[in-house]
Design a protein around this ligand. Structure first.
Ligand SMILES: [Mn+2]
Length: 294
């Protein structure tokens, strides 16, 4: 029996529209743990989303910066203790800034010489730095922080040493890329298949290529931004982009991919329950997780 720990990131302060901080509580009330349970999986919340919101309120955090950092520290520590307890962490965002805390938490459990690989499924590459970002929203910067390519950005996310190597990242489905991000992806040599590439190849082949590219890593993560999907299938996200991935293709590809290799950590982000289409988007989130989990 595999122990799955649902880890809430009840924070939307890294996004332009803050409502996605309510997503973990929405998922808890909708019974996500029961939904994901089966004969092979025991699923429990590591912490109640409500407890986190209450603790945050007690700590009187005044700025977006403080809120993001407070929640990132929590998620870092929960991922770490969850792995130490032999669980598979499944991080429920919240906005995508969470990746800087979750993946750093996973990194803190590695033995010497071990590496992390990430399949980053997203409409955006999230590799802006504090200086390059037009919006200043932290959910567009976690990759830059984890790579350690900009001291100031890494310091903001409290990343003291690079956590990821550029060759251990694989972008799937990107289609809204800032010019400065495009330059960085090229400089860093990060493997990627755009949404257009995926359309030509098929998603099963795309995942196969991603798994092949990352076959040497010790810990495999999927970081799944719901804006990677077609906006008509996942409308309640902060930054929807047309021409996305199809939900049924994602589910099929993930069900096949897990026969090849199971993920050591999964995160799903950017669901905003205060927006229109929240039921449909929540269902998409459930289906992606069920397909992704071993
Ligand atoms: Mn993202």
């Amino acid at each position: 029996m595999r122990k799955i720990a649902l880890i809430p990131y009840a924070c939307g302060a890294g996004a332009g529209i803050p409502g996605c901080g309510g997503a973990p509580e929405y998922a808890e009330q909708a019974g996500l743990d029961t939904k994901l349970k089966n004969a092979n999986r025991d699923v429990k919340w590591r912490e109640k989303p409500r407890n986190l919101k209450d603790a945050e309120a007690r700590d009187n955090l005044y700025s977006r910066e403080n809120r993001v950092q407070w929640h990132l520290r929590k998620v870092h520590d929960m991922v770490k203790s969850s792995i130490e307890d032999g669980e598979t962490p499944v991080v429920i965002g919240g906005d995508h800034s969470v990746a800087a805390g979750s993946i750093a938490g996973l990194s803190s459990t590695l033995k010497d010489g071990e590496t992390i690989g990430v399949i980053w499924v997203d409409a955006h590459p999230d590799i802006n730095t504090l200086d390059s970002s037009d919006s200043g929203n932290y959910h567009g910067m976690p990759i830059a922080a984890l790579l350690g390519i900009d001291k100031q950005t890494s310091a903001f996310f409290e990343i003291t040493a690079p956590v990821l190597k550029p060759e251990n990242i694989f972008y799937l489905g990107i289609r809204s890329i800032d010019p400065s991000e495009n330059t960085l992806i090229g400089q860093q040599g990060i493997a990627h298949l755009t949404a257009e590439d995926v359309k030509k190849l098929g998603l099963r082949e795309a995942f196969k290529q991603a798994l092949h590219h990352l076959r040497h890593v010790h810990k495999l993560v999927m970081s799944f931004d719901l804006d990677s999907l077609n906006p008509d299938e996942a409308p309640a996200v902060g930054t929807p982009v047309e021409n996305g991935l199809s939900l049924v293709d994602v589910v099929t590809a993930l069900n096949e991919a897990k026969n090849d290799r199971a993920f050591d950590m999964v995160e799903i982000v950017e669901f905003n329950p205060s927006q229109d289409g929240h039921k449909k988007t929540y269902t998409a989130m459930e289906r992606v997780l069920d397909a992704a989990l071993p």
